[in-house]
Design a protein around this ligand. Structure first.
Ligand SMILES: C[S@@+](CC[C@H](N)C(=O)[O-])C[C@H]1O[C@@H](n2cnc3c(N)ncnc32)[C@H](O)[C@@H]1O
Length: 254
């Protein structure tokens, strides 16, 4: 396993559930559940399952025991927390890089939650991942992505926008957050710093490489997937290019 693929999870696993318990992306799961409402049981694969935050929402939305649920993640520390999750959920956890090889399936639903796909470092990794998704989808299977693209800020002499350090609340703590957005390379990197005590300073670096919805569609199509629907949120609000977040639904291209 490349250390790069595991880095985010290894850094954030100790704080992930506390810091991100209140993320407001449950509508993504509701959207998938609504799209597949007619299916009695589903074979599901989540990319970047982490500690199981979305897996728990999915199982709750669909009803326990209805589906076979597989989650892949590159971080052992995230998967350890998934294994000990309370309440426990029935899930097959696979340690692996979603840009190398996916469990064989076939799967009726493959999904990747809020910006997890932007953990992939470059076009080649995204292409490999989407090719694998196309390979493991069942007949009639669908791939769902939830992603939010940071928009640039107009600056005359720079392609980079720095933000922070800002004091933000994460779980029970106040931490400092800073980030730099480079529009040319379509990357955002940042860091949270938590001063747990004068002698205990904890750093949580992160970075994403993002693609616009249009760029994403081009790479998807080249790798066997076609976008069949795009909405701005799980309520079905119509999406437009100026809207940062998109939930996109893909099928194997014919
Ligand atoms: C933002 S967390 C999302 C976790 C969970 N899906 C959720 O929504 O709470 C991103 C997860 O993707 C995993 N990840 C990052 N790159 C990956 C890769 N190349 N292959 C598999 N998992 C990856 C990280 O380890 C982390 O657990």
């Amino acid at each position: 396993m490349g250390t790069d693929a595991a880095r985010y999870g290894e850094v954030f696993a100790p704080v992930y559930d506390e810091w991100y318990a209140d993320l407001d992306d449950a509508d993504f799961i509701d959207y998938i559940a609504a799209c597949r409402r007619g299916d009695e049981s589903l074979r599901v694969l989540e990319l970047g399952v982490g500690t199981g935050r979305l897996a728990e929402s999915f199982v709750t939305a669909r009803g326990h025991g209805r589906d076979d649920y597989v989650g892949i993640d590159s971080s052992i520390s995230m998967l350890e927390r998934l294994t000990h999750r309370e309440p426990s959920i029935s899930i097959t956890a696979v340690h692996g890089d979603m840009a190398v090889v996916l469990p064989d399936g076939p799967f009726d639903v493959v999904f990747c939650g809020y910006n997890t796909i932007f953990n992939l470092p470059d076009d080649a990794a995204l292409a490999m991942c989407l090719q694998e998704v196309a390979r493991v989808l069942a007949d009639g299977g669908e791939f769902f992505v939830d992603a939010a693209i940071p928009f640039g800020h107009e600056e005359a002499d720079s392609n980079t926008t720095n933000s922070g350090p800002l004091a933000v609340t994460r779980g029970r703590h106040t931490v400092l957050s800073s980030s730099a957005h480079d529009e040319r390379s379509q990357t955002v990197s940042g860091e949270f710093v938590h001063f747990a005590s004068p002698t205990d300073v904890r750093r949580y670096p992160w970075s994403i490489r993002y693609w616009t919805a249009e760029q994403f569609d081009v790479i998807a199509l080249r790798n066997g997937l076609t976008c069949v629907e795009r909405v701005a949120d799980g309520n079905g609000t119509p999406w437009a290019p100026h809207i940062s977040r998109h939930i996109s639904r893909f099928r194997v291209a014919t």
